[in-house]
Design a protein around this ligand. Structure first.
Ligand code: GZL
Ligand code: ZN
Length: 322
């Protein structure tokens, strides 16, 4: 059956229209991001900053997914990004292991990967860059501050009993903050971790575990080292309910430097927080654009961060962005 010239023209027109529409949509980089959840002030600040940066960037279309702290939800989200054919995939892995298969699937689909905030044990050929803090260094900073502080208090040679609230079991920050802290105190035999358990980075679990520590060790506890400020804030409530003074009877060190920690330090209930910045939004958008432009991206984009003891909390508080 001979197709009329009009029909051929019409089909051609449709094809050209389709292609041009495709090209139009293609001018935005489609970035799929799988977020862990909303377990802490840090996490919500990280999410807000990533969404802000994407909204402000005309070249990026963000597809955001919240996994409610479940690895299986992250795996589902990553596979949905592959199915949608996004340009770049980014995620903050809730734990370090269990990603090899999906990372291979993403590699086979030819989609570049950016690790945000936390790392994985999988081979680093599976991702273009890891942007985030050096958690071992954060643990070392916490321990070094404690030793210096105890010296200043004239307690450097006392037996110092420490309880440790660990982050989410299996997560890079929990593993590495534990390692970094232990690395430093191993040279000081009078510093001893007498209890260590996960509070899963949340205030409620931090309070619960601290209650158990107090029941078991009570007045025997000199220091609390908490892998994040949220668990420390939960523990402060437990310490007060137990009848001790947080920040005085028990020296409290947290990590993140969220506003809640500054408020606790200003009240004299917490002694120090090691900064771990969640403000990775701009770096993430820039890395996605550089990757799509074929530019070289460093394999580790390290977050710049400090440490804030109680005595600077009041003056620093107004500058805090999260
Ligand atoms: C650290 C981040 C941790 C924070 C917690 O970069 O992964 O997860 O320290 C958060 O507050 O829940
Ligand atoms: Zn590094």
């Amino acid at each position: 059956m001979k197709m009329s010239k009009v029909m051929v023209m019409f089909i051609l027109l449709m094809v050209i229209m389709g292609l041009s529409l495709n090209v139009m949509a293609a001018d935005k980089i489609v970035l799929g991001f799988s977020q862990i959840g909303a377990e802490s002030e840090w996490r919500t600040a990280n999410t807000e900053d990533i969404k802000r940066a994407a909204d402000e960037d005309p070249d990026i279309q963000l597809i955001f997914s919240d996994a409610q702290q479940k690895q299986e939800n992250q795996l589902k989200a990553l596979r949905s990004f592959i199915a949608r054919g996004v340009d770049v995939i980014a995620f903050s892995p809730v734990v370090e292991t269990g990603w090899d298969t999906v990372l291979q699937e993403i590699k086979d689909a030819g989609i570049p990967v950016i690790l945000v905030d936390r790392t994985v044990t999988a081979d680093d050929s599976y991702y273009v860059t890891y942007m985030g803090s050096d958690f071992v260094e954060e643990g070392q900073k916490a321990a070094n501050w404690l030793i210096e502080y105890m010296e200043e208090q004239g307690r450097g040679n006392e037996q110092i009993n420490i309880v440790e609230l660990q982050g989410t079991v299996g997560s890079a920050p929990a593993n590495d903050r534990k390692t970094g802290f232990a690395d430093v105190i191993k040279d000081y035999p009078n510093y001893k971790i007498i209890r260590s358990q996960s509070g899963d980075f949340t205030r409620s679990k931090g309070k619960e575990v601290m209650e158990a520590f107090l029941k078991a060790e009570g007045d025997n506890i000199d220091v609390l080292y908490s892998h994040n400020d949220d668990m420390a804030i939960g523990a402060i409530q437990a310490i007060e309910e137990y009848g001790l003074k947080p920040g005085k009877d028990i020296i409290i060190i947290g990590v993140d430097a969220v506003k809640g920690a500054f408020e606790a330090m200003i009240q004299g209930k917490m002694n120090c927080t090691v900064e771990c910045s969640p403000l990775l939004g701009n770096q993430l958008m820039q890395a996605a654009k550089d990757i799509m432009a074929g530019k070289k991206v460093p394999e580790h984009i390290k977050t710049i961060e400090g440490i804030f003891p109680q005595e600077v909390a009041l003056e620093e508080y107004p500058n805090r962005k999260y």
